[in-house]
Design a protein around this ligand. Structure first.
Ligand code: UD2
Ligand code: MN
Length: 741
């Protein structure tokens, strides 16, 4: 060191030194760039050419959001370099996330003052990293060499423009992950590992009926989640939509924009101007930055199915996976072309993707629908985990490892990222609220539900904790491949689109697994107002049919709620329309899955699911006595709750029912008949909000209405169907209890 300083004292020498250093610097930089353009797949780690743009020069154009991103991308790069072996995971003062108001303000303050964009704050940290490298053992070194590049901050002179380059000397070829030396088992589970600790996970055998799935032998060596974000070339901060910012179409282009809208039912025109590898804001909760994951995570095949997807969004989806997934975990990307009609999705796509050795394309020869298309992808997948994505997504930094971590800890867990929103209008990337879970309401309608503050407090939840989901949205999730097949994959009888998210969700929960949203994993998705592709048959009927299959197989007696809440019409032709279910029913029996009641009690107790709409005695207001059954015949007697013969249910299928017998009518006389879902004559309207006769029991018969009435007699009261009369008390009935309107 001392001789060096002496040398530098002479100003000539200083100039010479700076010149030589700059030339070396430039050469190294060019070398990295050349390497990186060619083969993104195999050299992703090498290619993390994260370039801090010269903020000083561009100060006038850098918005706070950009600035945040620029700073973060560099800082995170360093963090990911600190790939740890469980020895020196330093949680992160390094991450400076600036979502909060104070941070935004801070950013705004810094905007006008270039000198406050502190290059040295970026440069400082890696000195520790360097020390860390020196401190650690050879295992640590080799793993670092595999997983990270090393930034040498000493060379980045403070207060010059901030540019952080790859250091090619530290980049080595990626060996297969299993060749990594493993640490001893006796290391501690990281404190922020969520629900389970190592020792319990280690011994755990997950039972799935007769097949026991043994959790991975848990090695305690961990590293901080890798926040990779590779690009083949430096990003242009001025590009349209860069940093996930909203973009606008100039007014002179609005006609073109409208013309192209229907190609995808989002702003296709704008999408084409946005870089395929644009940066997006890191929307993970701040706490995620400190998370660690195990070194031995399983690899995954990412499966994207598409039909007539827009070119730019499909490619952006693929690039976001390639650029932001640790290469050793990304076994392959399987693109399943579900018999698209667009020509660019054939040879052009093949040609483009030929540049990326990890991308495989399957062109289906017949339209299969997304469900069977996913299964076609799964059938050829070689990764240990299947990760399904829609074809218009952008995976965020650090998205993959937290998903795989959950599966690594428990193979029966199905892990979903938080689905951020990519605006269909301006293509901006928007963070969604944390603490949301996937739910459904009747009749199996998917929705989001915010966890209440009380729930969050009561369970001591942090923003990074996995959120149990009664159902998943459907499009984006990771599942252990073996587990997927043990569950019988999807019902292949589901057509085109819809319902498969319910099917897999019920199947997972009822057959021993769990579904979680992992807040530290974020993937943006373009939610469209309409499906931009054709349905081979009627869309509504297709979805209804799929849902009916799911209801018939999984809902047990609760399927009445499904039909009663909107799909009663399906019952008329159910057998012929929904196809053969025997295999699915057999599968459920074989897997010894739990009942739907168990699911409601244990997974989704908040759902209102009374099995009947009303129950108890059926009281007539005019006669002031109750309906009863004796020897299979209806008659009236003094109301007595203790008599089972007076108990009736008013069901979701609008039957008045006692055990297996239902109140029916024949030529105006009321009789009891064995219940049958197909028999529409058994359909009674009661307390219907739309009806002008809410107290009545209205039989709908071929469009004509008639009301149940009792005629008072000194001998036997006569029960019959009569023309409806709003005022007649002898036509007004009341059940003891009402559970739903
Ligand atoms: C949501 C899910 C979607 C799926 C659907 C219900 C998310 C983000 N998306 O609707 O994955 O679960 O609910 O079924 O949770 N596709 C085909 N073949 C077809 C139809 C669609 O390959 O016949 C592709 C399509 O190109 C897309 C994916 O399947 O990549 C999902 O379709 P979508 O985006 O229209 O569904 P979405 O997001 O409205
Ligand atoms: Mn979608």
């Amino acid at each position: 060191m001392i001789p060096c300083w002496r040398y530098l004292r002479s100003s000539k020498s200083v100039l010479g030194f700076v010149f030589v250093a700059s030339v070396i610097w430039l050469l190294l930089d060019m070398a990295v760039l050349r390497l990186s353009v060619r083969d993104v797949n195999t050299r992703l780690l090498k290619e993390r050419v994260i370039r801090r743009q010269d903020l000083t020069r561009r100060q006038d154009k850098v918005t706070p959001l950009m600035e945040t991103f620029l700073e973060e991308s560099v800082v995170k790069q360093e963090v990911s370099d600190k790939v740890s072996d469980g020895v020196d995971v330093q949680p992160v003062g390094l991450y400076r996330r600036r979502k909060d108001k104070a941070a935004v303000k801070d950013n705004q303050n810094r905007r006008g003052n270039p000198s406050k964009v502190k290059p040295d704050s970026v440069a400082k940290e890696p000195v520790d990293l360097q020390n860390g490298v020196e401190k650690n053992d050879s295992v640590a070194l080799s793993r670092r060499a595999v997983n990270a590049k090393i930034i040498e901050p000493a060379k980045a002179a403070p207060n010059t423009s901030v540019r952080v380059f790859n250091q090619p000397r530290a980049v080595k070829e990626q060996p297969p992950v299993q060749e990594l030396p493993l640490k001893e088992d006796n290391q501690k589970e990281p404190p922020n590992q969520g629900a389970r600790n190592t020792s319990s996970a280690k011994d755990e055998k997950l039972q799935l009926q007769n097949n026991s799935i043994v959790a991975h032998p848990v090695k305690a060596s961990v590293h901080q989640v890798l926040s990779l974000d590779a690009t083949a070339a430096p990003r242009d901060p001025d590009a349209v939509g860069q940093f996930g910012q909203p973009a606008t179409v100039p007014s002179e282009d609005s006609v073109k924009m409208k013309q192209r809208w229907n190609e995808g039912f989002f702003n296709v025109y704008l999408s084409e101007q946005i870089p395929l590898d644009r940066a997006i804001p890191d929307t993970r909760p701040e706490i995620c930055a400190g998370n660690v994951v195990h070194d031995e995570l399983p690899s995954t095949s990412v499966i994207l199915c598409f039909v007539d997807e827009v070119w730019s969004t499909l490619l952006r989806s693929v690039h976001s996976v390639l650029n932001r997934s640790p290469p050793h975990l990304l076994k392959e990307i399987i693109l399943v072309d579900d018999f698209s009609k667009k020509r660019y999705l054939k040879e052009n796509l093949d040609h483009y993707m030929a540049n990326f050795s990890k991308v495989r394309i399957i062109h289906l020869q017949e339209r299969q629908g997304l469900i069977r298309a996913r299964m076609a992808g799964a059938a050829v997948a070689t990764g240990e985990v299947l990760t399904f994505l829609d074809s218009h997504v952008e995976c965020n930094v650090g998205w993959l490892e937290p998903l795989l971590e959950r599966i690594y800890l428990d193979r029966s867990k199905v892990a979903c990222p938080v689905i951020d929103v990519i605006s269909d209008q301006d293509m901006s990337y928007k963070m969604v609220d944390n603490f949301q879970r996937g739910i459904f309401t009747w009749p199996l309608t998917f929705g989001w539900n915010a966890l209440s503050d009380e729930y969050v407090k009561k369970n001591n939840m942090t923003a990074a904790d996995p959120i149990r989901c009664p159902v998943m949205a459907g499009g984006l999730f990771s599942i252990d491949k073996k587990y997927f097949y043990q569950l019988g994959a999807y019902d292949p009888g589901l057509e085109v689109w819809g319902g498969e998210n319910m099917e897999i969700s019920f199947k997972v929960w009822m057959c021993g697994g769990q579904i979680e949203i992992i807040p530290c994993s974020r993937v943006g998705h373009i939610f469209r107002g309409q499906n931009p592709y054709q349905f081979p048959n009627d869309r509504r009927k297709t979805v209804e049919r799929n849902l009916a299959r799911v209801a018939e197989v999984w809902l047990d007696e609760y399927k009445e709620l499904f039909y009663g809440h909107g799909y009663r019409h399906l019952l008329d032709n159910i057998v012929s329309d929904i196809g053969d279910l025997s295999q699915q029913i057999q599968l459920r029996a074989k897997l010894k899955c739990k009942s739907f009641k168990w699911y409601l009690d244990n997974v989704y107790p908040e759902l209102e699911a009374p099995l009947v709409k009303a129950a108890g005695l059926v009281f007539n207001r005019g006669l002031r006595t109750c309906l009863s059954v004796h020897a299979g015949v209806l008659f009236f007697e003094t109301c007595d709750l203790s008599k089972q013969s007076q108990h009736f249910n008013y069901t979701w299928l609008k039957q008045i029912r006692q055990e297996d017998m239902c109140v029916d009518h024949n030529e105006g006389r009321l009789i009891l008949q064995p219940c049958s879902v197909e028999r529409t004559a058994l359909h009674w309207l009661h307390k219907s909000s739309k009806s002008k006769l809410p107290q009545h029991l209205v039989a709908e018969n071929g469009g004509k209405q008639a009301c149940m009435e009792v005629i008072k007699s000194s001998k036997v009261h006569i029960l019959h169907l009569a023309a409806c009369n709003v005022d007649s008390l002898f036509q007004q009935w009341e059940f003891t209890n009402y559970y739903a309107q």
